[in-house]
Design a protein around this ligand. Structure first.
Ligand code: SF4
Length: 238
């Protein structure tokens, strides 16, 4: 099977639209029941706010505005850009939260193991560890996943009021829908931008420029945000 990331943009848009339809059809009550059954409770270990545990924190467009308002330095182009054109410019679907240069890559906003902007934390921080997307398991079987890091953090089988389970299910589904819509908007933008500017993705240039980036060379990267591409020039920092 061809990896989705290697498909032409039009096919990727179609695949994402298919994912969106499946997500919209997923019964919210089923997610609420799983949330109740798992009974997850945060034990304030703060591991989920580190790159060592969770990779990067991808931000929805609406969260980028909040993050910039709190501190413009808190966001950076998300890693793993989706495209690189024949001139060596990368393209990525959004921003991520910057991480500190400590051993575990703590979130920019994590201080003394607590979130210093907790009341204004971002969509993903509010719904985590709940999720609702299809992923392959260790055997490669693709199915829905609803909880991230199961049994690797927090407490389980605690009592969660039914109303809270429904609220968490609604917030999680809303977040996942917004994520896919942002990805589709990015892909549509790229399709138009590449066609208007006679550009195309070239995997070899992608790989060469990534290696140069890892060696410390500056790269140019365009970040999709609120329907437009924002230009950055970045160097590898960790
Ligand atoms: S913004 Fe707060 S809750 Fe979100 S990852 Fe950073 S420290 Fe954690």
């Amino acid at each position: 099977m061809v990896s989705v990331s290697l498909l032409p943009i039009a096919s990727r848009i179609a695949a994402k639209k298919g994912e969106l339809s499946e997500l919209l059809a997923y019964p919210q009550e089923r997610l609420a029941a799983i949330i109740q059954e798992v009974g997850f409770r945060c034990d304030l270990c703060s591991r989920c706010c580190t790159r060592a545990f969770n990779g990067h924190v991808f931000l929805l467009d609406r969260d980028v505005a909040t993050a910039r308002e709190i501190d413009p330095e808190s966001v950076e182009p998300a890693p793993f850009p989706e495209f690189c054109d024949q001139k060596g410019t990368f393209y990525v679907s959004g921003y991520a939260l910057r991480a500190k240069d400590d051993d575990c890559g703590s979130c920019y906003f994590l201080e003394n193991n607590r979130c210093r902007i907790y009341d204004r934390r971002f969509s993903i921080c509010r719904v985590y560890p709940y999720m609702l997307h299809r992923e392959p398991d260790e055997q490669g079987n693709v199915d829905w996943r609803q909880i991230a890091g199961l049994d690797q953090h927090g407490e389980y089988h605690t009592e969660i009021p039914e109303i809270r389970c429904h609220e968490a299910a609604a917030e999680t589904k809303d977040y996942e829908i917004a994520c896919i819509r942002q990805e589709i908007a990015f892909l549509v933008c790229m399709q138009d931008y590449f066609s208007q500017n006679q550009l195309r993705h070239v995997q070899k240039i992608y790989d060469d420029r990534m290696r140069a980036f890892a060696r410390g060379e500056e790269i140019r990267i365009m970040v999709f945000c609120n329907g437009r591409l924002e230009e950055h020039r970045i160097v590898h920092t960790r």
